[in-house]
Design a protein around this ligand. Sequence first.
Ligand code: C2O
Ligand code: CU
Length: 456
Amino acid sequence: HHGAAPAARSAPAVALPEGAPLPALAPLANRSRQAGRFVGELVAAPARVGLAADGRSTEVWAYNGSLPGPLIEVYEGDTVEIDFVNRLPQPTTIHWHGLPVPAEQDGNPMDPVAPGERRRYRFTLPADSAGSYWYHPHPHGHTAEQVFRGLAGAFVVKSRRDPLGQLRDVPLLLSDLRLDEHAAIPPNTPADWMDGREGDYVLVNGALRPVLTLADGERVRLRVWNATSARVLRLALPGYETWRVGSDGGLIEAPRREAEIVLSPGERAEWVVTGRAQPGALVALPYRRGKMMSAEVDETLTLASLAPAARVASAPLPRRLRRIAPLPAPAVRRQIVLEENMADPKAMFTLNGRVYDMARADFVGRVGQVEEWEVVNRADMDHPFHLHGTQFQVLARHDGRGWRDEPYRAWRDVVSLPAGHAVRLRFVQALPGMRMFHCHILEHEEQGMMGQIDVR
Ligand code: C2O
Ligand code: CU
């Protein structure tokens, strides 16, 4: 049913240097001296950076000239103020992906910042919100391009009572990069608009196959962001002892022995990994997501190398991490159906049969009310589902044959939804306002696979 056979993957046009030590994410400076307050500035602007191995520079769009954007690190309960300046040739916004910020501070498509303008985003982080979030543009019609040109950064909320606070904390932000023969970032092709754009390279903190040094016996906490537009990353650390400890919205209740983590676009995870005496690698295993025009990833990609160092002793992992109360029975149930309609170029990617309209509320909800949504992917491609403004709990997943209860509780804001699958999830919106929900393949979101709930 997919028509012509997908094209073969082509070789990258430009070589990148590889194998340097893992770059740290540059932190955003806090200009406030007041406890509990973070004040920073982000400027989105074109910048020239050296990416190609042959010394040619590349124009990217970046926050504060940095690729990826600066790391924002704050604590639960902090008030965050970000002075934002748009020096791009297009309107933009900053969306605080996964964070429970007021709707008018969340960089919604209806609140654009025009070229040359500035605005201040301001919000206070609630208690128990520690986790690995991110920020990226969300303007109507320009989101995919602004992200693939480089606009995305990590946002970490820490807890002062973190049961894993003694571990080395290593953020790994995974992004995609494609360069043409001029070492420039090319626009999307028709295949990208269909399948979602993938690059020639998956970068880790902006670097190709960097080296993370991990002492034999040392436990580290890896926070991993899938900040690619469209890739599903089946991550593994072959030969290492790996425990999943967190999801999008922070720690899970107890460590789980998970050797493989499937991260769909927009999703995050936390993993505790123990170093060993031999070298190793963080890899992405082959994954087919039903692409129609471009080639599937049938090879294992090495994302980063792990280099050993002299043995150290590490304390054992705590047995319990956090309590996550189950959400009670819902007041409202809704169904969300994701579909593809290749016959209509104006409505190829739909949600409940329609494309996004920022003037229309698809649903009306209530502050504090438990909602249960069954999200069904009736399409031929995977479509990762994302909700703004809150975190949800997945209750069960349907794999096309039957429902299976989710084996553990976690707070998430993106859930992987393979073709023909469904999920059942529950959430509460604590704040009023318009909240988007959409496919996080940014090319699909931009073509209208998005809706909004007006929470009152
Ligand atoms: Cu990460 Cu609506 O976005
Ligand atoms: Cu999609």
